[in-house]
Design a binder for this molecule. Sequence first.
Ligand code: NAD
Ligand code: UGA
Length: 471
Amino acid sequence: MSNPVSICVIGSGYVGLVAAVCFAEMGHKVTCVDNDESRVKMLCAGGVPIFEAHLPELLNKHRGHGVDFTSDLRMAVEQSEAIFIAVGTPQGDTGAADLSYVEAVVSEIARAITGYKVIVEKSTVPVYTNEWIRRVLQRYGVDHELFDVVSNPEFLREGTAVIDFLHPDRIVVGAGSERPARLMERIYEPLTNGSYYAQAGALTGICNTESPAKLVLTSAQSAEIIKHASNAFLALKISFINAVANLAETVDADVEDIAEGIGLDSRIGSKFLQAGLGYGGSCFPKDVAAFHWVAQQQGLDFQLLQEVKKINDAQKDVFFNKVRSALWTLRGKKLAALGLAFKRDTDDIRDSPALDVIRRLIEAGASITAYDPAAMDRAKAVLPPSEKMKYAQGIYEAALDADAVLILTDWKEFAQLDLAQLNRAVRFPIVIDGRNLYKPNQMAEQGFTYVSIGRPATYNAQQGKPRKLVL
Ligand code: NAD
Ligand code: UGA
């Protein structure tokens, strides 16, 4: 690369680590800092702390050349032109984002600044955080000539994070002046001028040399709001289709057909209209709450966001009631749980609807045997193995003698089950699918009673359709 930038990324989590290796892949010189010494040790030793496609190969390619790992923030800041803050911003008690990790990092940066730096908010933060970062730096006595603060929110999804980063729908930069804006343009130039996509071995995705990534330059406040508004809007789409799914069920309609029918309208779009257990993960729940809080601080009651959350919370009750209706009583029932992660292709279990449902079923007296291709270790840390919570090594082992199989995460392998083998393994052929991975008729043909979201249930021939029973 002709014009590489020396970059420091603070935080080596899902966002920081991906950003660090992708900047290295784009040709920059990156130092990634984390205060979790064991994580840094693992990264230096060749380990990969999270399950994310393409991350192992990019780490292999750039570790020790394009990207280094350290817990020495001062050294990393001193040698970098741009400092990306990518630490967590979890939900606080009031719904507001807890910015204490960001503040701690900013105070450390303040002590390390000796020359001009561009400080970049990559973490998802409420509007005016940019201004607060500036104030904190000045409180610590850093001359205002020595830094600029810009907002550069991240839109990657877990599971497709590397490709999302290198092939973004858009890059948003909120900068108040020319100097930091030009540096940010330089950093993203390989994506915006398409040179990265022309490289041999470049990862492929939606961008290419003819249609490179687009950079949107705005004020810092607009960039901060773009991030919150994007997540809130996507969450709203999910809650909308879940509310429609509940209506569809009452009139024997099929939410999958409805989603296709509305999604084909190009003004609506087909993405994020998958009905299911509701959204989870480390972002939508906390960002919807934080955005609501931001509006409240400005004297506005953004009630729509409360409704989005309400529908999402209720979706787990909807699923729980389906399990109860299908099995009558739950005490003593043995259930196979397919999926623990909050969605497919990740080991992340933060705010996973699968875990919420499992906890409720255990409380109601059921016992669970769970399987997940990537998230079992993380799940064991919060739901330790016990009499009521067992972990299996594979799908059919989990299903052995089960009174019902629950599909809780949309992993591809759960959509490609060997239904004959599953039928042989279970005690009763009942599948309750929180992700709509199968067609109801197909499941009935294979001898299953099949209950899903927003679609009529189908019943195996022996059991037949039950009369509506009141629990
Ligand atoms: P994470 O919890 O996976 O990682 C945060 C990392 O920061 C941890 O490794 C932690 O040890 C480190 N850290 C905390 N304090 C530190 C300090 N003082 N010095 C050095 N390191 C420190 O978080 P994440 O999922 O990567 O999210 C980070 C931010 O990005 C959040 O604001 C989140 O909302 C946002 N975001 C996340 C995603 C996603 O898909 N996970 C996508 C877009 C934006
Ligand atoms: C989401 C956004 O998609 C990213 O753009 C954003 O950067 C990120 O949050 C963030 O700010 O952290 P992520 O949480 O990784 O990414 O995962 P998504 O694919 O958005 O899924 C979120 C949740 O919604 C999952 O539980 C998923 O199962 C659920 N979902 C998604 C549905 O129930 N239906 C859908 O149609 C889509």
